[in-house]
Design a protein around this ligand. Structure first.
Ligand SMILES: O=C(CO)[C@@H](O)[C@H](O)COP(=O)(O)O
Length: 218
């Protein structure tokens, strides 16, 4: 069964604790935290102290997506802040294998994120070492964009690669996932669904999270 990881990027930043409780009540499986540095992506979001404070609010796993340059410098800080999964971008990690080893040395799950234009070839030789691939289905940096249709083929191909190698690697799909297309995205091969604006911009966040869960479990 696929899991739901609501992205706090579209939440009300003045009520983050409350909004986490709402998606938890609605049945969220993880909490997706987007960290942006204004360099790798043209936006700045939240960082280590915010994650540390939010860690007291819930026991749900923290799925931390680092959209930052030189992520290897901050792995220990994010572990100490309470991350359960740390995902770094392939595009900013020339020593990706070393960074993965570093994440795993803390007993935390390691994910690799790839931008829409990044080929699967770039992660082929580290697939054995990771727990998750985060496929960006929008250009990273902002919530509320539309899913890039071509990513369907990437997700299907990645699923086949993982299956052929007999690996236990999850595919997380991030960007433009709505109630209208979540079933389709799961059919392509998604194991973890990230949804930001489709959840937090809804009038009733608890009800909307439940709707996502119902569709995912169908
Ligand atoms: O990483 C990102 C954006 O860079 C995402 O996690 C977004 O926050 C997803 O938002 P929606 O497309 O679901 O609104």
């Amino acid at each position: 069964m696929a899991k739901l990881s609501p992205s706090l990027l579209s939440a009300d930043f003045g009520r983050l604790a409350e909004q986490i409780k709402e998606v938890e009540t609605g049945g969220a499986d993880l909490i997706h935290l987007d960290v942006m540095d204004g360099h790798f992506v043209p936006n700045i979001s939240l960082g280590i102290p915010v994650i540390k404070s939010l860690r007291k609010v819930t026991k749900l796993p923290f799925d931390v997506h680092l959209m930052i340059e030189k992520p290897e410098r901050y792995i220990e800080d994010f572990v100490n802040a309470g991350a359960d999964i740390i995902t770094v971008h392939q595009e900013v990690s020339p020593h990706l294998h070393r960074t993965i080893q570093n994440i795993k040395s803390y007993d935390v799950k390691a994910g690799i994120a790839i931008n829409p234009s990044t080929p699967l070839e770039n992660i082929k030789y580290v697939l054995n070492d990771i727990d998750m691939v985060l496929v960006m289905t929008v250009n990273p940096g902002f919530g509320g964009q539309s899913l890039i249709k071509e990513m369907k083929h990437k997700i299907i191909e990645l699923k086949r690669m993982i299956k052929d190698k007999g690996l236990n690697v999850e595919i997380e799909v991030d960007g433009g996932v709505k109630l209208e297309n979540v079933r389709e995205v799961i059919d392509w091969g998604a194991d973890v669904i990230v949804a930001g604006s489709a959840i937090f911009k809804a009038e009733d966040v608890i009800k909307q999270t439940k709707k996502f869960k119902d569709l995912i479990n169908r």
